[in-house]
Design a protein around this ligand. Structure first.
Ligand SMILES: NC(=O)c1ccc[n+]([C@@H]2O[C@H](COP(=O)([O-])OP(=O)(O)OC[C@H]3O[C@@H](n4cnc5c(N)ncnc54)[C@H](O)[C@@H]3O)[C@@H](O)[C@H]2O)c1
Length: 258
């Protein structure tokens, strides 16, 4: 029996990377999966596999998590189709580089609105279903950059710091009502979001970042999905308000001896 048997999971950012890997892993564990994203499945691979594992899987593209009307409508469609929502993964997100005196207002708004406001908006519209059921697990995607500062990453750093504290805030407000709220803080994960760092041009930057991971390598979306599965499942029944690092030792610290 799968670890999410009889559960319905809604995953944002399901077209790509970590969201697609979560959708696939959850489907393999018996969940009925609903995915939403701004775009259609990126190369089809992970989402197509999720659909094969969960034949009644549902996907809607052209849903912008910044737009409350679109989010309200999409979440209502999921409830109508599946009758309930047990797990929410907020994996829709964008990266970006900026420093304070050069960052354009547009860049700040886009990053903070998608990564932080979008995660709140989707949760806002999923919570009524979870409160009715008196059970649910919400998993936000933060980052190691929600815990540590990262030069050159103003808006992203700020958005992910916000996600970590939003997680704790929601955990407190809904703990007695049966809803757990946690977040994941990945290090560098090879997905389309970090494609730039996988090319020749930024090889030096990537190598420096790899050194920050005690394990000396980047992570895979499947490794993040495995941690999301734990937080989604009843195995995490006493875990709420937690920021789980999935970072190959990035935040563990540094070694002076190499
Ligand atoms: N890849 C990494 O190294 C890494 C590290 C730490 C945290 N994260 C976080 O994990 C999450 C997923 O990242 P990923 O690496 O899988 O990226 P990705 O680019 O592969 O996937 C992100 C998805 O979010 C969707 N999206 C973007 N804006 C949207 C919007 N306004 N409305 C709806 N969907 C939207 C994109 O279309 C895309 O399919 C993000 O929040 C990211 O910040 C990623």
């Amino acid at each position: 029996m799968g670890r999410l048997e009889d559960k319905v999971a809604l995953v944002t950012g399901a077209a790509s990377g970590i969201g697609a890997a979560c959708a696939l892993r959850f489907a393999e564990e018996g969940a009925r999966v609903a995915g939403l994203d701004l775009q259609g499945p990126v190369d089809g691979a992970a989402w197509d596999a999720a659909v094969k594992a969960a034949p009644d899987a549902w996907f809607r593209e052209a849903v912008d998590v910044r737009d409350e009307g679109q989010v309200r409508e999409a979440v209502a469609a999921v409830r109508e189709r599946f009758g309930r929502i047990d797990v929410l993964v907020n994996a829709a997100g964008v990266g970006g580089f900026s420093v304070a005196h050069l960052c354009e207002e547009e860049e700040w708004d886009r990053t903070v609105d998608i990564n932080l406001k979008g995660s709140w908006l989707v949760t806002k519209h999923v919570l009524p279903a979870m409160l009715e059921q008196a059970s649910g697990s919400v998993i936000h995607l933060a980052s190691v950059e929600g815990i540590e500062g990262m030069g050159g990453s103003l808006a992203y750093n700020a958005s992910k710091g916000g996600v970590v504290l939003m997680t704790k805030n929601m955990a407190i407000d809904y703990a007695k009502l049966g809803v757990r709220v946690n977040c994941l803080c990945p290090g560098l994960i090879d997905t389309p979001l970090t494609e730039l760092l996988q090319g020749e041009e930024l090889a030096a930057v990537r190598n420096r970042m790899l050194e920050w991971h005690a394990m000396g390598r980047a992570g895979k979306p499947e490794e993040v999905a495995a941690c999301a599965l734990f937080l989604a499942s009843d195995d995490a029944s006493f875990v709420t308000g937690h920021s789980l690092v999935v970072d190959g030792g990035w935040t563990a610290g540094r070694s002076a001896t190499g």
